[in-house]
Design a protein around this ligand. Structure first.
Ligand code: FMN
Length: 144
């Protein structure tokens, strides 16, 4: 069984809720998935230990949260080549900001990512929650 880690940077819990639904979707495809608050990631090796890495942040001041910017920078030390990747964000209007996550995954790490970043608006209810579960299922399918 392959395993995924879904890491979120969140202030009021919206992005965390998306992470929980994505992890649920991954599990529904038969893989292990854990969610982790970005503040609890102490060692980049912890991330390397997974077959799929899914990263999400909310958007403030038209940018990712600083913790996610730092993690993206620190990930330069990691070997993530060919791992499955995905990205997600909770935002109100800055649609382009979270694409940075996928760009780093694709161009720097040569990860096998989904084509799009999942972007949802608060609150996470109904259809949007299902979209997050479906995104997790797509990650799970790529994991094989
Ligand atoms: C002070 C403040 C600034 C924000 N700035 C932006 C922004 O620049 N662009 C945007 O799309 N959303 C912005 N938002 C909306 C948040 O991204 C949105 O509320 C999100 O759901 C928060 O998710 P979180 O609880 O995971 O942090 C802002 C919200 C607040 C309170």
């Amino acid at each position: 069984m392959s395993k995924a880690i879904v890491i979120y940077a969140s202030t009021t819990g919206e992005t965390k809720s998306i992470a929980v639904s994505i992890a649920q979707g991954i599990r529904e495809t038969g893989h292990e998935a854990k969610t982790s608050n970005i503040d609890n990631i102490r060692d980049i090796k912890e991330i390397e230990d997974h077959d799929a890495v899914v990263l999400g942040s909310s958007v403030y001041k038209e940018d990712l949260l600083p913790e996610m910017k730092t993690l993206l920078h620190n990930l330069k030390q990691a070997d993530l080549q060919d791992k499955v990747g995905g990205a997600f964000a909770s935002l109100e209007w800055s649609e382009e900001a979270p694409d940075e996550i996928l760009v780093v995954m694709q161009s720097l790490h040569k990860m096998n990512t989904l084509e799009t970043c999942l972007k949802l608006r608060p609150p996470l209810l109904g259809n949007q929650q299902q979209e997050a579960i479906n995104y997790g299922k797509e990650i799970g399918k790529k994991m094989g």
